[in-house]
Design a protein around this ligand. Structure first.
Ligand code: NAD
Length: 416
């Protein structure tokens, strides 16, 4: 049977598995499954050649039972409303898994940022911000970076929102530059959080990180720092990739050299001492830890039988399909699910937002120590839930998260 790869269908299936275990009431199930609000906007942008091009953008708020919506903005040609709905719902469960006071949201614009100049990107970002202005704000919905958006994008959003309000509103987005209300440690937080939970998963599998061979797919914010941190922990990085292709070296790849090479040439391929490998081959390499850090639907029923890693830590959102999950669990491969493995980003976003609202900023070690406490506690709670119910870590995380959102929803009651 061909697997359904629609991310929102996958997100609903993952939710249903936990809802069945929790014996969730059907009415409540419908509320928790359905996005609260979906906004579709047109974004006319004056291009550098003088013509106007109209882009389509989205902002989805999945659930706000536990606090304001929170979630990144993605710029990618493959963005769809269903993808944004899936990503928004994963944010709801992610924030509840690590127990921070947010609901879930997500945004996206269908565009290819690699084909846009910096000034076109700025005009697109400012107009998109203006279009979603009525539904964002520090107490409503707080965007952050995701694929192909960064601190500069967040600075433009903050400025556009602030100019419209007439005062500087730092807390409207997170992932901002440090000189502009950003938090120390935010840029590396997704990877740091991933590193912390990988260490916990290694304890479960009785592996020492320093003896591990690691493969990382995707060499952006999440993937490049994850590779760097694991290398610093003594692990050997044997393969890396980006959208153009991958590189492999049995003896190990120096992540600093890979970063430098990518900066110079725009790709990882042809780094000295490495051989070229496709993104598909890379996923199937024999290794201890596989970190998918690019996009959705990378490990599916089609390739799962050939996956040889002992631990998969999902730095990316949605890299594994439910069909593949089942087989990985049967094979004893530990999958640290996205809603836990990449929650470091939103956790430090929460710290950034708290710092902005207080106007009081922390030093980097305070941020990293607080992040480690949150991630280690969340891993323990997820692991204990999975052992108790004899389920995989993803379902364990969902049981924990859906339980928390369910409780908040029941305590609030139905309006009006
Ligand atoms: P990014 O834009 O910084 O990097 C994306 C990387 O993926 C790039 O190196 C790109 O070349 C690579 N890539 C794109 N398509 C690919 C493909 N088909 N095969 C292999 N590599 C490919 O994005 P990011 O912020 O690092 O996000 C990566 C993933 O992590 C996404 O799933 C995102 O939702 C998730 N995530 C990011 C954060 C964060 O704080 N940045 C937080 C949580 C989750």
């Amino acid at each position: 049977m061909v697997e359904d790869l629609n991310p929102f269908e996958i997100a609903k299936k993952q939710f249903d598995t936990a809802a069945d275990l929790l014996k969730l009431d059907p009415d409540l199930r419908d509320i928790l499954k359905t996005p609260k609000r979906q906004l579709i906007v047109s974004i006319p942008v004056r291009m550098d050649n003088g013509h106007i091009k109209v882009f389509e953008g989205y902002r989805v708020q999945h659930n706000i039972a536990r606090g304001p919506a929170k979630g990144g903005i993605r710029y990618h040609p493959g963005v769809t409303l269903d993808e944004v709905k899936a990503l928004a719902s994963w944010m709801t469960w992610k924030c509840a898994t690590v127990n921070i006071p947010y609901g879930g949201g997500k945004g996206g614009v269908i565009c290819n940022p690699k084909e846009l100049s910096k000034s076109e990107l700025e005009r697109l970002t400012r107009r998109y911000t203006s279009e979603i202005f009525p539904i964002i704000g520090p107490e409503i919905d707080i965007p952050a970076p995701d694929v192909y958006t960064d601190a500069q994008t967040m600075a433009w959003i903050m400025d556009t929102y602030s100019m419209t309000k007439g005062s500087t509103v730092l807390g409207v987005v997170t992932g901002k530059p440090v000189g502009l209300g950003g938090s120390l440690g935010r840029n590396t937080a997704t990877a740091r959080g991933c590193e912390y939970v990988i260490k916990e998963a290694c304890k479960v599998k009785r592996l020492a990180v320093k003896n591990c061979q690691v493969v990382v797919q995707g060499f952006g914010n999440a993937g490049s720092y994850a590779a760097e941190f694991l290398q610093k922990d003594g692990a050997k990085i044997i393969a890396l990739s980006d959208s153009k292709g991958g590189i492999y070296s049995k003896r190990g790849i120096d992540t600093a050299a890979a970063t430098e090479h990518k900066k110079k040439t725009g790709a990882l391929m042809e780094l000295k001492g490495t051989t070229v490998i496709s993104n598909q081959e890379l996923l199937e390499l024999k290794c201890d830890i596989l970190v998918p850090a690019a996009l959705e639907n990378q490990i599916t029923t089609e390739n799962v039988a050939r996956i040889k890693a002992k631990i998969i830590a999902e730095a990316a959102n949605g890299p594994t399909t439910p069909g593949a999950d089942r087989l990985l669990f049967e094979k004893g491969i530990v999958v640290v699910p996205d809603i836990l493995a990449n929650a470091g980003g939103v956790t430090v976003s929460y710290f950034e937002w708290a710092q902005d609202l207080q106007g009081y900023f922390w030093d980097e070690s305070e941020v990293n120590n607080a992040l480690e406490r949150v991630m280690v506690r969340a891993f323990k709670e997820v692991y204990e839930t999975s052992v108790k119910h004899r389920i995989d870590l993803r379902t364990g995380a969902y049981v924990l998260a859906v339980g928390r959102v369910m409780e908040a929803t029941q305590m609030r009651g139905l309006f009006p």
